[in-house]
Design a protein around this ligand. Sequence first.
Ligand code: SAH
Ligand code: SF4
Ligand code: F3S
Length: 476
Amino acid sequence: MKKKIIEMPCLNEARKREVKKDIPTSVFKMDDTLSKLGEGKYYLIITHGCQANQRDSESMAGLLEAMSYKPTEEKEKADVIIINTCAVRQNAEEKVLGEIGDLKKLKKNKPDMIIGIGGCMAQEEEAVKIIMEKYHQVDVVFGTHNIANLPKLIKDATESHQRIFEVFSKLGEIVEDVPATRFVNHKAWVNIMYGCDKFCTYCIVPYTRGTERSRSMEDILNEVTDLKNKGFKEICLLGQNVNAYGKDLKTDYGFGELLDRVAKVGIERVRFVTSHPWDFDETMIKAMKDNANIMPYLHLPLQSGSDHILHKMNRRYTAEQYRNLVDLIRKELPNYAITTDIIVGFPNESDEDFNDTLKMVDYCKYDNAFTFVYSKREGTPAAVMPDSIPQSLKEERLQILNKKIGEYANMNNQKFMDQVVEVLVDGKSKKNDKTYSGYTPENKLVNFTGENVAIGDIVKVKITSCMSFSLNGYML
Ligand code: SAH
Ligand code: SF4
Ligand code: F3S
């Protein structure tokens, strides 16, 4: 098939950018000629990666439905299949390439089917070259800055029978009012900012997601008010570094003020991810203390407990500064659960460095952690750092770390034994229709028995047993 390239991703372009510049905002408008294109047809979106991708998939679904496509769970039935990809680690990418490979046969049997690849892998030069050369079943590749243009790209691919690649590396304007189909009706992700300017040396996100840009407070508050009016019980404010909210807007308020205003809209539960330790400030703590509907849960990525590695990672804080922040949070917000992200096996991480990470885990006694073995990302500064640590040692460190994380998770969960907790119900067990699950304010997963419970209810549950990663109980 011929290829029509509109724009290919370029890491060098993504690197060159002016930060803290005025970012334009535009308002989405659907072209009328596109709105019937999907009549009688079906779409399926497969989502990988973080919450930013989950939320983007909701926009993709909204756009496809605005074109009259209907959702389906069956690949065979779908006329459009979109894979929303993640590039943060090598294994995430391998999984996607395997998935695209599996679609080859399907496409052969149904040549008019459109296969689209979006998300962070679509922003990567190397990945897109591989897709272009080896995966001819892919019709459309669109970047994270090109989502609002998806209807047009699908139309072009359908009508021209050409492969369309549209990935802007630099542009990062905010598009408001893109239609969205929320995948659940009781909890919603709310973007407050896009992109990341931190440039941690191991991380691909600043290249795949572009410059940090904040949505206006007014647009965010309108969205939250609308969600509340529609009956949503929980919102989660999203950004790679929510604490940096507003820095690009040249206003005198930041995340603390936004959090306070959002909480005061009065939705039952307010959460946010992710807080970078570096931009954490007192106004955020004040907002959390003042508003009981801000959930007592904080995700505070550590990455490493060694000053030397933190410096090489460009994390902009020392182990001591991180400990001081945890002390402050424990003092001011004693009921807060704290979780983290940790990378082991960063280039040339010594035994001593790794021990510093273990010591930090002992100090912080996290409720839980996402732990990863360092994965080399082409184009990032860490990719060219010398590394003589064998992969097997890195894997061994991960096991040691996970064991410790599990012990503290268990210890923290035991505090809930015999307690009554409030659970926002997410769903019913597939195996047993009297068993439900949901989360406590501290973000603890609870499985419980009960009757006549609906998704979105907030119910009281008595806890009868506590494991490392979940609690069990019965509804009162
Ligand atoms: N913006 C968020 C993180 C987004 S990526 C933050 O800074 O908190 C989620 C996590 O993936 C990171 O916190 C980090 O622990 C991990 N990660 C990112 N790049 C990685 C890499 N190259 N190898 C292994 N883990 C990585
Ligand atoms: Fe990646 Fe660091 Fe930005 Fe998080 S803060 S997205 S780890 S560059
Ligand atoms: Fe993955 Fe992109 Fe999110 S790389 S973690 S989907 S920002």
